[in-house]
Ligand binder design. Structure first.
Ligand SMILES: Nc1ncnc2c1ncn2[C@@H]1O[C@H](COP(=O)(O)OP(=O)(O)OP(=O)(O)O)[C@@H](O)[C@H]1O
Ligand SMILES: [Zn+2]
Length: 502
């Protein structure tokens, strides 16, 4: 009520003025009204401004990120903390005449926590924090980008002063937008000026500068950065922020479920196993989606199946409104079962979920549990992956006698793996330089690998021809099948096969 006191007074004022003006036939009424309206607008604007200012201050406070709020990324955290120690011991640094670190560059795929790390760096060093994205500096008018860089540094210094801190961290996301190689694109003189300004700001920061400004930048394209940026004295610390491994994923899941009631049956370790390749941002989204599903089902706790069902959504996107025709659904089921059977045969317990519910660009999908986070593959593992990739299309051929365009992505994947086999010297060509290999020799070798692997895949799937027919009908009816249900079916079918062979 108190909030609207001013407006009320003004309202009453307007009413009185109108009344007086009307009764005494003054011509001041329109003027009075106009003044009153302008006044009200001014007050409302003012109120709005202070409300948003208050809100962003709140946000800044509640977003105090500490390193312990970041799951995994142990290596990156350690490196960044080491690099930051100079800010915490500035006197020592000065005594020893050490050149201060001016910039840290974080490289890695999107959503891996680079922004979080920069914010945690500010907390760790008790610095003010300001941020901008490289794309904000790109303007049609020459010079605007450069002046925005100047403003950003000014804002950082002012924020530090205001908060009584003697250092500030400027975070620039997507630094590659302004930090690409200079002169590489002559029509973009603007980028050059912006980059030059950034370099000038960084060069101008001495040990004695107060407040001291440290730049933390992020990119997933380190390769295209101007060498001037990454030379010593500028961004001379590069820290890799990679996709989390299983332990990292578990740590992130634990952090992201802290504020959610979980059922006792929830096994986050299992979720971590099934989310190979997920970034921190995707894991955050997964936890959120799982809680939304629980709410939709009017459950008071989040259950394991909510996590499982959300994985597909995060991976492939929302369920689309696509409604394939019946015969298409049948074909998709046959195709997915081809992937699933081969996947399970080359590695038991690897199928986690089969679905023919269309999501994103996919009409169906078999989710596999990755063996473990690995960095090296043997030739057998690569061949097995090609078998699984071709399983879909070979299954279609076995059942229908023809193939469809649904396997385009699979073929692409299989081709990439076949190329890897050749490139790594694992093919019959032996060790070769794939970049200088004659195209027809490479094509011939890839074709040879494909023919061999296709035959292997066909031999694997042929005994299941009848099984695929019946199970695909069930899959069309039910849309989804868990890995366990599928394995139960496979065991029975395998037994029958054996009985037949006896
Ligand atoms: N390691 C992590 N621990 C906890 N949460 C994480 C982690 N990584 C990412 N997240 C979640 O994902 C969100 C996005 O992460 P962040 O913005 O830091 O990624 P980024 O690497 O800066 O991405 P981009 O390059 O797309 O800007 C975070 O707000 C957080 O909720
Ligand atoms: Zn497929």
């Amino acid at each position: 009520m108190k909030k609207y006191f001013k407006e009320m007074i003004l309202g009453i004022g307007i009413a009185v003025a109108a009344f007086v003006g009307f009764n005494f036939h003054f011509n001041v009424l329109p003027i009075l009204m106009l003044v009153a309206i302008l006044f009200t607008i001014a007050i409302l604007l003012d109120k709005n401004k202070s409300a948003t200012a208050g809100a962003s201050h709140e946000v800044a406070k509640s977003h105090r990120v500490e390193f312990e709020h970041i799951g995994g990324q142990d290596m990156a955290k350690r490196e960044i903390m080491e690099a930051l120690d100079f800010l915490r011991h500035r006197d020592k640094i000065k005594e020893l005449g050490i050149r201060p670190l001016k910039g840290i560059i974080l490289t890695g795929p999107p959503g891996t926590g680079k922004t979080l790390l920069a914010k945690a760096a500010a907390t760790y060093t008790d610095s003010a924090f300001v941020s901008a994205s490289g794309s904000e500096f790109v303007e049609m008018y020459v010079g605007v980008g450069a002046s925005r860089v100047r403003e950003l540094f000014k804002k950082a210094r002012m924020a530090a002063k205001k908060e009584g801190k003697d250092s500030a961290i400027v975070f620039i996301d997507e630094i590659d937008v302004i930090g690409g190689k200079r002169g590489s694109n002559s029509s973009h003189q603007e980028y050059d000026q912006t980059l030059n300004q950034l370099l000038t700001e960084m060069d101008g920061m001495g040990t004695t500068a107060s407040p001291f400004v440290l730049v933390v930048a992020a990119t997933n394209r380190l390769d295209i950065l101007d060498p001037a940026l990454i030379r010593p004295g500028r961004f001379d610390r590069q820290i890799k922020v990679d996709l989390p491994d299983k332990a990292g994923r578990l740590a992130i899941l634990e952090i992201q479920t802290r504020n959610k009631p979980l059922a006792d049956s929830v096994d986050l370790e299992q979720v971590a196993r099934e989310t190979y390749g997920f970034s921190g941002a995707q894991l955050e989204s997964l936890c959120n989606e799982a809680a939304i599903l629980a709410m939709r089902e009017e459950k008071s706790v989040v259950e394991q199946l909510h996590f499982r069902d959300s994985v597909d959504k995060v991976l492939l996107g929302e369920r689309t409104g696509k409604r394939p025709r019946q015969e298409e659904l049948e074909r998709v089921a046959v195709h997915e079962l081809g992937h699933a059977i081969t996947a399970e045969l080359v590695r038991t317990n690897s199928v986690s979920h089969i679905t023919i519910a269309p999501r994103g660009n996919a009409l169906g999908f078999v989710r596999q549990v990755p063996e473990s986070d690995g960095y090296l593959y043997t030739k057998d593992q690569l061949i097995n992956q090609i078998i699984v990739a071709l399983g879909g299309t070979v299954s279609e051929e076995l059942i229908y006698g023809n193939r469809s365009t649904g396997a385009q992505g699979d073929i692409q994947q299989a081709t990439n793996m076949a190329r890897t086999i050749v490139a790594c010297g694992l093919s019959s060509l032996g060790i070769v330089d794939i970049d200088n290999l004659q195209k027809n020799i490479l094509d011939e070798e890839i074709r040879r690998i494909f023919t061999d692997v296709e035959n292997m895949t066909r031999d694997m799937l042929a005994p299941y021809q009848e099984g695929i027919r019946t199970l695909s009908e069930q899959l069309v009816r039910e849309e989804n099948m868990t890995g366990d249900a599928f394995r139960a079916w496979l065991v029975v079918n395998k037994k029958e096969e054996k009985a037949l062979a006896v």
